[in-house]
Design a protein around this ligand. Structure first.
Ligand code: AMP
Ligand code: ZN
Length: 497
């Protein structure tokens, strides 16, 4: 029986049973990063939440095409009314390097962090600059359909006229036409737009604007909202299953995307809109502009005054999963400490469960139902709009059982061999394949220390035997490898050069 996977749809504001447009296939588009600075922990939370969704859909045997774009042009400083300088062009100007160098640097950083967090790469990762032609074509169609106008080389979307004709407008964000109409008062005299709610889908570039392309209207660049409409349509079709992003993108970005798609293709693009909630710090959204963002690198090295220690990528992933993706997750050192402890317990149980052997002769099997129910519960909670806090709580009940088997408080013959095998495979599938929590390598310094203790012991023996050549060889070769030995009253210690 196929699982009844339900997701909360931001468009209908209801939890709905998930039904793809084409049986067994899912098209999912997620708004990706703007690569003008390092991704912070808030960005990481959103993309880790969508990785979980991707993993679960894959587990349910759907063939998923997951498209997540890279915004490398068109995202202006003032997101609300699309004014100001392009974020990437500004950074390039300040650093006096090419915009594409900025893009390359932060795209690499982003992909590196994603892989450290064990987030699968998407199936397609298109860039906005690689799809200028598609965006120009879309602008043309919107113009042809009467939902945009050209003004001095820029093209603007007619938001109010669109909202008057289409129920789709405001469905996602709750924005009302009356609100739009009232905004007329705020229209600045110098603005070339007919209405403040209109937004640019193509912008004429100023003389000193470096990122520019030719178009029928001017040498310019596409508006930020347009790239997602153009690239989702190109790779997933005019209609697809899931569109996602952080909650802060609902308005104006996603509302405008829907408006563009409807006016270009006569259909709203996605069946399900999924939005992830924010990572906050002391109750305030973590964001670069508010200066309260923490970088993954700071977390992994412990190099931030807010942290009492370094935390590993898997601890961070575990920390995210403790909150439901639609709930706020507040960043704290204490929360990370708890997450680290719990993650380690979970990984010890994963090892322990694989080591359990079935040796019972006399079958009691009175724990069969309890274990199987707990395993079923994991999937029931995942099916319920990916309720990860509940999944983790259920896994901890299983951890208690696994530890009881390991410590022989419970005999293995209290479950059947089939139940043991199911527990071994399912525990691993939920933890590793679906939640994406992998065992971490032993701290490499700890491994190095073990190896060096062997060499220190060999050198001690050589010295005791007055074999100075062997003892010097060990010391000198280690020095050449970047390790210095120091002989002291308490024995020999080592340090990296
Ligand atoms: P940006 O690079 O600013 O376009 O953001 C990339 C993604 O990160 C978007 O989906 C945002 O909604 C998301 N995001 C930004 N700040 C946070 C935060 N504090 N918590 C969770 N997601 C965030
Ligand atoms: Zn987008």
């Amino acid at each position: 029986m196929k699982s009844q996977f339900s997701v909360y749809n931001s468009l209908t504001k209801k939890k709905e049973v998930f039904k793809p447009l084409i049986a067994d296939r899912v098209g999912m588009y997620v708004c990706g990063p703007t690569v003008y600075s390092n991704a912070h922990l808030g960005n990481c939370r959103t993309f880790t939440s969508f990785d979980l969704i991707y993993r679960y859909l894959t587990h349910l045997n759907y063939k998923v095409r997951y498209v997540r774009n890279i915004t490398d042009v068109g995202h202006l400083e003032n997101e609300e009314d699309m004014t100001g300088e392009d974020k990437i062009a500004k950074k390039a100007r300040l650093e006096q390097i090419e915009p594409m160098e900025i893009v390359q640097r932060y795209t690499l950083d982003f992909k590196n962090v994603m892989s450290m967090l064990n987030n699968h790469p998407p199936s397609i990762e298109p860039t906005a600059t690689g799809h200028i032609i598609e965006q120009i074509e879309m602008v043309q169609k919107i113009l042809d359909n009467g939902y945009a106008y050209e003004r001095n080389g820029s093209v603007y979307f007619k938001t109010v006229q669109f909202a008057e004709k289409h129920d789709e407008y405001g469905q996602l964000s709750g924005k009302k036409i009356e609100d739009l109409r009232q905004e007329t008062r705020d229209l600045k005299a110098q603005s070339e737009k007919d209405h403040p709610a209109d937004f640019a889908i193509w912008m004429k570039a100023h003389e000193n604007h470096i990122m520019r392309w030719d178009s029928p209207w001017s040498v310019g660049f596409p508006g930020w909202h347009l790239e997602c409409s153009a690239m989702s349509t190109k790779y997933l079709g005019e209609r697809f299953d899931i569109h996602g992003g952080g909650m802060d993108l609902q308005f104006p970005h996603h509302e405008n995307e829907i408006a563009q798609n409807v006016s270009c293709c006569e259909t709203s693009p996605a069946s399900y809109w999924m939005h992830t909630n924010m990572l906050t710090f002391e109750g305030v959204k973590m964001s670069k502009s508010l200066n309260n963002s923490i970088l993954p690198e700071e977390l992994f090295t412990g190099n931030n005054h807010l942290l009492s220690q370094a935390y590993s990528p898997m601890t961070l992933r575990f920390f995210f999963l403790r909150s439901h993706y639609r709930s706020i997750c507040d960043f704290s050192d204490k929360g990370l400490q708890d997450a680290e402890k719990n993650y380690k317990n979970m990984m010890s149980a994963l090892k322990a469960v694989q080591e359990l052997e079935y040796i019972g002769k006399e079958k009691v099997n009175d724990e069969d139902k309890v274990i199987n129910d707990l395993l079923d519960q994991c999937f029931i909670h995942l099916d319920d709009d990916l309720n990860t806090p509940r999944v983790l709580a259920t896994l901890f009940e299983l951890v208690a059982k696994i530890n009881a088997f390991k410590n022989k408080q419970l005999k293995i013959n209290h479950i059947s061999k089939a139940t043991l095998e199911r527990m071994q495979t399912t525990f691993k599938i939920v933890l590793q394949d679906i939640l994406g929590l992998l065992p971490e390598e032993e701290n490499s310094d700890a491994v190095l220390d073990n190896v060096l203790q062997v060499l220190i012991e060999m050198r001690k023996t050589a010295r005791a035997n007055k074999d100075w050549a062997a003892s010097d060889l060990i010391r000198d070769q280690l020095l050449a490898a970047g390790i210095q030995l120091k002989d002291g009253a308490d024995g020999t210690s080592w340090s990296k050069l």
